[in-house]
Ligand binder design. Structure first.
Ligand code: HEM
Ligand SMILES: Cc1cc2nc3c(=O)[nH]c(=O)nc-3n(C[C@H](O)[C@H](O)[C@H](O)COP(=O)(O)O)c2cc1C
Length: 477
């Protein structure tokens, strides 16, 4: 029996909390305290339509977490019409209006010359929530800045008078051909930046022959992303392992059946980092709408109005915190035939090799962790054996083709980029993704020619040198 808007409105409290999502009604009373985004986020919409807030941050499958008995059914026709009329006439927030105007006046795509420039445009056009999630980083952002800066300590030792007119940056990643030694790393919630979300990255990667890694926290379903792929397109999957083995196993089977070609198991983000810009974002937006700060009430500690995890923290709240080399890698080997890469290695490359994984992605999730480029350098110098029988990748702070080439000289098979893909799709959709891959391709080719090589196989440690002095910090726009 369809429900009316009046019935939903009657359930607008913590004790009886119903919400409408896409004209269907859900009883979320018992779910409030389990909600990864905090109870307060849902309570704001108690007894009314939550679609606009819900849609960009929850993949279609999220409602499966509510038991069938809590799916109360559709709204009746009149109520559904009232809700969609209200949505169409929704008063835009100040931030929405700012973002729309910024989009209108962004430069034409052909005028974007570099990834840092793409970031500047994205920062202008994105909503504050997207900006806070995409650009925030942990604590004092030391790792964020140092990851990028590390590349400037490596200089090329260029060779000249070598024929370079024919030059090819293509390679293989886990045996799959890629036009460029660059992976689009798994990042959550692409739809916060653009309605087509992760599908933008899928389409852009296809257009340039690059490989995408899809996040466990994608904002489209894994099926929808595969549906956006071209036949035969290679897509990898990033796994946040759920604390419940059976749930994690189901997810791995699902993505394997859908045609994902490798599993990148993330091991360095089992607890949330403290990303204060992200955590503060809802307060900022609330004050902006209100036109001023909250009236001061009383001293309070704890988390009176909800979640102090931010978007990033809430997304990983169910992750297994007790994974081990002895238990988790054999478990994953048992549940999948796909190649396994451990994502988030800092000091444990040798253990990963012993565990027999197919690859490691040297990466950090912020804080004051060592820059991946420095780890790669030390691994190359101290344990060159790690590069045999196991592929090594790095990510973090890469924005230039020369960064990519430096990492390849030290033995990386490929590098990953996270934020640049989010920014590109937020600013220009799939074409933006295509554009940054085009820029990287040109920069990599130019760099390879400048140092006298014509294929990635020729890149080797003799072509770069690390210095101990601190070079002038590279220009950031
Ligand atoms: C059923 C009704 C639901 C409603 C109305 C709802 C609403 C919301 C809202 C408004 C936020 C944004 C919080 C903010 O901006 O500070 C949010 C965040 C979140 N929700 Fe839900 N949610 C619902 C169900 C679910 C379910 C079933 C899941 C998955 C188990 C889920 C997972 C999350 C996560 C991980 C976040 C954090 C992302 C963020 O803060 O932006 N939600 N939710
Ligand atoms: C907004 C954002 C979301 C991310 N989401 C995930 C994720 O869901 N899973 C994951 O393993 N890593 C995630 N990462 C980390 C990336 O996969 C990658 O390691 C990192 O972005 C590389 O650094 P870069 O952004 O400087 O290129 C995320 C990073 C950002 C910035």
């Amino acid at each position: 029996m369809p429900l009316t808007l009046a019935e939903v409105k009657n359930h607008n409290s913590k004790k009886f909390c119903w919400v409408i999502i896409k004209n269907n009604v859900y009883d979320v009373t018992e779910f409030l305290d389990e909600h990864p985004g905090g109870a307060a986020a849902i309570l704001k919409y108690a007894g009314r339509d939550a679609t606009a807030a819900y849609e960009p941050i929850h993949p279609p499958g999220a409602l499966k977490h509510l038991p069938p008995s809590k799916h109360l059914g559709p709204l009746d026709e009149t109520s559904a019409k009232t809700v969609s009329d209200a949505q169409a006439n929704r008063v835009k927030t100040k931030d929405d209006i700012r973002s729309e105007i910024a989009h209108k006046y962004k430069p034409p795509l052909y005028r974007i010359l570099s990834l840092p420039e793409m970031e500047v445009v994205a920062r202008r056009v994105m909503t504050h929530k997207a900006l806070a999630y995409y650009s925030s980083s942990a604590d004092d952002q030391t790792a964020y800045f140092e990851n990028a800066r590390a590349f400037s300590r490596f200089f090329f030792r260029a060779r000249v008078l070598r024929p370079v007119s024919r030059c090819d940056p293509s390679t293989h990643i886990l045996g799959f051909p890629s036009s460029i030694p660059v992976l689009a790393c798994g990042t959550g919630l692409a739809r916060l930046g653009h309605p087509d979300g992760e599908a933008n990255i899928t389409r852009g990667c296809h257009a340039r022959g690059a490989i995408q890694m899809v996040s466990s926290n994608a904002s489209l379903s894994y099926e929808q992303i595969m549906a956006a792929a071209a036949p035969g397109q290679t897509i990898f999957f990033q796994l946040y392992k759920d604390a419940r083995d059976e749930v994690a196993e189901r997810r791995v089977h699902d993505v394997e059946a859908l045609g994902y070609k490798a599993i990148f198991l993330t091991v360095d983000a089992i607890v949330p980092g403290k990303r204060e810009f992200d955590i503060r974002s809802p307060w900022y937006l609330e004050e902006q709408e209100r036109g001023g700060p909250l009236e001061y009430v009383e001293e309070q500690t704890g988390t009176p109005d909800g979640n102090l995890l931010g978007t990033a923290g809430a997304l990983i709240s169910g992750t297994d915190q007790d994974m081990t080399w002895e238990k988790t890698i054999p478990w994953l080997r048992r549940v999948t035939k796909l190649p396994i890469v451990v994502k988030g290695i800092e000091c444990d490359a040798l253990l990963a090799k012993e565990a027999g994984v197919d690859g490691i992605l040297i990466s950090n999730h912020g804080g004051t962790a060592f820059p991946p480029m420095e780890i790669l350098y030390r691994l190359r110098m101290q344990h060159p054996e790690c590069f045999n029988g196991m592929e090594v990748y790095i990510d973090g702070g890469i924005t230039r083709g020369s960064d990519v080439v430096k990492a390849l000289c030290l033995g990386a098979t490929a590098v990953g980029l996270g934020r640049p893909f989010l920014y590109a799709q937020a600013a220009y959709g799939a074409k933006g993704v295509e554009k940054i891959l085009e820029i990287l391709d040109n920069e990599i080719l130019s760099c390879m020619r400048h140092i006298g090589v014509t294929s990635v196989a020729e890149l080797n440690p003799s072509l770069v040198e690390r210095v101990d002095w601190e070079p002038y910090y590279r220009a950031r726009l």
